[in-house]
Design a protein around this ligand. Structure first.
Ligand SMILES: [Zn+2]
Ligand SMILES: [Zn+2]
Length: 366
């Protein structure tokens, strides 16, 4: 019905699936193929999950195109998934100390093996930069086991952080991986009560950033993005005003922002576009002494163009800007994302987004 990703795989499971089917990217730029692989023997404190829903996000497209470094092909994509515990071995506990039982519907943090022993984990307290970190569906390949969500089953290795999924897992999946990513971004942006926030990009991270900026108390959120369909979704998510960047050049976009901010620029800007030039524009569209968070450059799209060349004096120093990168998300962002989308009142924006998702079966992976 719409091109608004993330999209969902809706899987109809065979309860006797002893050779679960997985969708594999065999190597960069090759079509996805279905394979049957043996169900694993469970190590202590591990589990096997029957997948109900998994996600297709922009990263999966880049994975198919081979644009991320350090990816062990063949790869089963799908890093955010929901399913039911088919089999557990040993004791699996959630963060509250509750025991998971077979049959429970759970989701899990895609980041695994953050070591809690290295300099980044312990001194910098920046676990998303832990060198031991592995991610299901991205840096775990098929050789590491059933480690991706585009599959009938996922092997939850010991130490995987599971959370009870709410009664309506599709609402959580409507946020998808973009929700914890955006939650981390608005946290980095220090959105304050009464702020005017500018979101560049109207993809899933942009739309989740709009919703979460408002939850953090922003007075209003402006969004520059494209195409029109996604800008409609941005407005429905709460953006007070939207602009299609395809129809206006950088100077016109800046004028549009200044007209809406008493000539100053946004208090905080979240860049979620994937276009390097947008990073410099984010700095120019933000008021002096404001905040810029860069969350849209998850894959390497190279340097900015010559026209967008960064001027350290004008774009940063003189503006007294606070510019921050934002890489991935940790358990706290994931946990709070599940809480939000499970709450009868706070989940409303994602309940609305749910209707825009497209659903595919595993056989339609390509
Ligand atoms: Zn570490
Ligand atoms: Zn993703």
């Amino acid at each position: 019905m719409t091109t608004l990703s993330p999209s969902l795989f809706l899987l109809f499971l065979l309860p006797w699936a002893v050779m679960p089917v997985v969708a594999v990217i065999p190597r960069p730029n090759a079509p996805v193929e279905l394979r049957e692989v043996p169900s694993p023997d469970l190590e202590p404190d591990s589990a096997l999950l029957d997948v109900e829903l998994s996600e297709v996000c922009g990263t999966d497209v880049y994975l198919q195109q081979g644009r991320l470094e350090g990816v062990p092909y063949p790869l089963v994509p799908g890093h955010v998934s929901v399913g039911r515990l088919r089999k557990t071995r040993g004791t699996l506990l959630d963060v509250e100390g509750r025991v998971f039982r077979e049959g429970d519907r759970v989701t899990f943090l895609d980041v695994h093996r953050t070591c809690n022993a290295c300099w980044y984990c312990l001194v910098a307290k920046a676990t998303t930069r832990c060198p031991k970190r592995k991610v299901y569906g991205i840096t775990y390949g098929l050789d590491d086991g059933l480690c991706g969500g585009w599959a009938e089953q996922i092997y939850l290795k010991p130490g995987t952080r599971c959370i009870m999924a709410g009664a309506d897992p599709e609402t959580f999946m409507a946020g998808g991986c973009a929700l914890p990513t955006a939650l981390h971004a608005v946290e980095r942006a220090d959105i304050a009560i009464g702020d005017t926030v500018l979101v560049l990009g109207s993809g899933p991270v942009g739309i989740n950033s709009i919703i979460l900026s408002l939850l953090r108390g922003a007075l209003r959120v402006l969004c520059i993005g494209a195409p029109a369909l996604r800008l409609t979704a941005a407005a429905e998510a709460g953006a007070g005003d939207v602009l299609n960047f395809e129809e206006y050049d950088e100077r016109e976009r800046l004028e549009w922002i200044l007209e809406r901010t008493n000539g100053r620029g946004a208090d905080a800007t979240i860049e979620a576009t994937g276009a390097p030039d947008a990073v410099v524009q984010a700095m120019r569209f933000t008021r002096d002494a404001g905040r810029v968070v860069v969350v849209g450059q998850y894959t390497d799209h190279g340097p900015t163009s010559a026209e967008a060349a960064f001027n350290p004096h004008l774009d940063l120093n003189k503006k007294h800007l606070d510019v921050r990168g934002c890489w991935g998300s940790d358990f706290s962002h994931f946990y709070r994302s599940v809480q939000l989308t499970s709450d009868p009142v706070r989940s409303a924006p994602w309940v609305a987004l749910k209707s825009k998702l497209s659903r595919y079966s595993l056989t339609e992976a390509n």
